[in-house]
Design a protein around this ligand. Structure first.
Ligand code: DAK
Length: 257
């Protein structure tokens, strides 16, 4: 069966996933979401995969859920929707996830961007939650993650009016981390991914977890988690290696222990 997801072999610890439904602007149908969730599960288990990069094509990262598929679902179908579980698996991925975005990132496409930890966007990228135009609202993080990232006024404007924003606005608002020329977005994302893949795996994992805690916990609990995680890393061989390498003026060789 032809795949909607192109998976590059892991290189330098980085797995590149390319959404590939160009005829529908990479609209996320159930099949594509299932493939993506399965691929992230496999990346989670694979010790050679340190970082995952997700991208689309120059016209679209993803233009949202597949509207034609949505048209076939009634209320019971939505209650038993397998996509809910796929979205949860994608949102719970524990290794660093980088999105390289060009063109449209709308609806579920924008929600997928918000599941990523780092977002590199081409200057032509557009981000929006246009579900309101279909008589519905975002259902995969487009109210909760968006508000936490960009704040109330802009989140309200995007979700209630359905208006999209461009890459510059998205950068100022904190939705993305960096803008590149469109043709360089994937290469820059891979460059950042390779840099992360070279760091101490346990430190990367705990640092991501601690940063995510800041989004959904109070400051005192977040600081407590940070202290515990920091203390835990003090007992690792990679910490000894990192400090020794600095003193010996050589690159560190981290082992993940
Ligand atoms: N679904 C299906 N097909 C789509 C599509 C989509 N979201 N977006 C585009 N396409 C298809 C078009 O129908 C067209 O197909 P053909 O007519 O050539 O067969 C082809 O892609 C090219 O699109 P256009 O001809 O429209 O291209 P334009 O450049 O003129 O316009 C556009 C680009 C992005 C402005 C326009 O295509 C557009 O407005 N697309 C729809 C965007 C949208 O409303 N997205 C939000 C969908 S709702 C859930 C969680 C989340 C969600 C659902 C459930 N659960 C947890 C259960 C999420 C919902 C959504 O994302």
């Amino acid at each position: 069966m032809p795949s909607n997801l192109v998976v590059q072999p892991v290189a330098d610890g980085v797995r590149l996933l390319t959404l590939h439904r160009p005829q529908a602007l990479n609209a996320l149908n159930t099949e594509l979401l299932a493939e993506l969730a399965a691929e992230l599960d496999s990346a989670e288990r694979d010790e050679h995969t340190r970082v995952v990069v997700i991208t689309g094509n120059r016209k679209a990262f993803a233009a949202g859920a597949d509207i034609n598929e949505m048209a076939e679902r009634d209320l019971v179908g939505i209650l038993n929707d397998p996509r809910v579980a796929h979205w949860q698996r994608i949102g719970n991925f524990s290794k660093p996830l980088i999105a390289a975005v060009n063109g449209f990132a709308l609806g579920g496409g924008c929600e997928l961007v918000m599941c990523a930890d780092i977002v590199i966007a081409g200057s032509d990228a557009r981000f929006g939650q246009p579900e309101i135009n279909l008589g519905i609202m975002p259902g995969a993080g487009g109210t909760q993650r968006l508000l936490r990232l960009v704040g109330k006024p802009l989140a309200m404007q995007m979700v209630l009016s359905g208006e999209a924003i461009d890459a510059q606005r998205a950068l100022r608002a904190g939705l993305i981390s960096e803008i590149t020329q469109p043709e360089l977005a994937v290469e820059r994302a891979l460059q950042v991914a390779r840099a992360i893949a070279g760091k101490a795996p346990l430190a990367v994992r705990l640092a991501k977890e601690a940063l995510l805690k800041a989004q959904d916990t109070d400051l005192a609990s977040g600081l407590r988690f940070e202290r515990h995680a920091f203390t835990l890393l003090a007992g690792t061989q990679d910490r000894d290696e990192g400090i020794r390498a600095f003193q010996e003026k050589r690159p560190a060789q981290f082992q993940g222990s």
